[in-house]
Design a binder for this molecule. Structure first.
Ligand code: NAP
Length: 329
């Protein structure tokens, strides 16, 4: 019986879809991530990989696992995949776009409001017995009504956040992409600006770009120092897009007002990281898409993709459709 390796326990409905097509399953369930060597070893005897979590799909992996018929990621981000190498090896790879956009935008929204009202820090003051007495000038946050939301990467998730921010607070939307998003401009009256202007004009700046060589480290001291003193920086995309030391510096110096992170650099974040105890900082452990409904949809989508690959058909959410053209290795 041909078998699929699934690198974490996922929705039973998704696993059932694969079983119902007549494939066997191996499910990795240990409480640690797989090393590259372990992943290669585990792939032996399998024809498909449903990859959940931070598995590196690089040249070494691909040349060691040529027997796989396809790889289905259970994530929209594919920064751990060397797409050129996969295409060179004729290995189809799929991701899970769209189904997680709303849940991830919710996480960005949650962080935006939590930072604005210092929610996580206020919770900690109660735990420390510091509630004390009523002081009208203490614990003051800032409001979001009518402020400007800047989105770096107004794609699927960025658009969902912009819709929420506009509906909830009438926020003006400005954005920066490599190309204009005409749909968002019509829908939200969003304004395209340069990266420099995005930094200078945003009251809340939320990052939704993919992690690539171009976006890695994009938020460094130079970028942060262009931001407004009342600005809130939100990152729910990937931790490597911001420089965490530089972020700490600008928060300590009050160059910017606050930050909300669902992604850190590195992950997991060290429990003694000073950012965790700063008043205007809210940090979550990479839970962007972590709702029951969304994880179910992601698992089903990944299962449907791997089934297609095993049948020799095109994966619906393939990220390297070039592999289906003839003439490749
Ligand atoms: P998407 O629809 O492809 O949107 C990405 C946007 O970024 C596009 O509008 C793209 O526009 C823009 N972009 C890409 N490179 C850029 C660059 N160098 N400079 C400026 N803009 C650039 O992707 P999505 O579905 O919204 O997902 C975005 C990212 O969110 C994923 O890659 C993933 O890393 C992250 N994510 C995180 C979580 C979590 O758990 N925290 C969950 C889901 C996704 P142009 O092509 O026009 O530049």
């Amino acid at each position: 019986m041909e078998k699929v390796l699934v690198t974490r326990r996922i929705s039973e409905n998704a696993l059932e879809l694969i079983r119902n097509e007549g494939y066997g399953l191996s499910i990795y369930t240990e409480n640690k991530d797989l090393t590259p060597a372990e992943l290669i070893k585990m792939c032996e005897g399998h024809v498909g990989l449903l990859s959940v979590g931070p598995n590196k799909i690089d040249e070494h992996f691909l040349s060691s696992c040529k027997h796989l018929k396809g790889i289905a990621l259970m994530s929209v981000g594919y920064d751990k995949v060397d797409v050129n190498a996969a295409t060179k090896h004729g290995m189809p790879i799929s991701n899970t776009p769209d189904v997680l956009s709303e849940a991830t935008a919710d996480t960005a929204f949650l962080l935006m409001l939590s930072v604005a009202r210092k929610a996580f820090y206020m919770h900690k003051t109660i735990e420390r017995g510091e509630w004390g007495f009523f002081d009208p000038m203490k614990n003051l946050g800032q409001e979001l009504y009518g402020k400007t939301l800047g989105v770096l990467g107004l794609g699927r998730i960025g658009l969902e956040l912009a819709k929420k921010a506009k509906a909830a607070y009438g926020m003006k939307v400005i954005y920066h992409n490599r190309s204009k998003n005409k749909n968002a401009e019509e829908l939200l009256n969003a304004t395209y600006v340069s990266f420099d202007d995005l930094l200078k004009r945003s009251d809340v700046l939320s990052v939704h770009v993919n992690l690539t060589e171009e976006t890695k480290g994009m938020f460094n001291l130079t970028a942060f120092e262009k931001m407004k003193p009342n600005a809130i920086f939100i990152n729910t995309a990937r931790g490597a897009i911001h420089n965490e030391k530089d972020l700490m510096t600008v928060l300590q110096n009050k160059t910017i007002w606050g930050a909300g992170l669902d992604v850190t650099n590195p992950e997991p974040m060290d429990r003694n990281n000073p950012l965790l105890n700063m008043e205007n900082v809210c940090i979550l452990p990479h839970i962007g898409s972590a709702t029951e409904e969304t994880r179910e949809k992601m698992a089903i989508m990944a299962a449907q993709n791997i089934i297609k690959a095993l049948k020799g058909e095109q994966m619906p959410q393939v990220i390297n459709p070039e592999v289906y053209q003839k003439g490749l290795e």
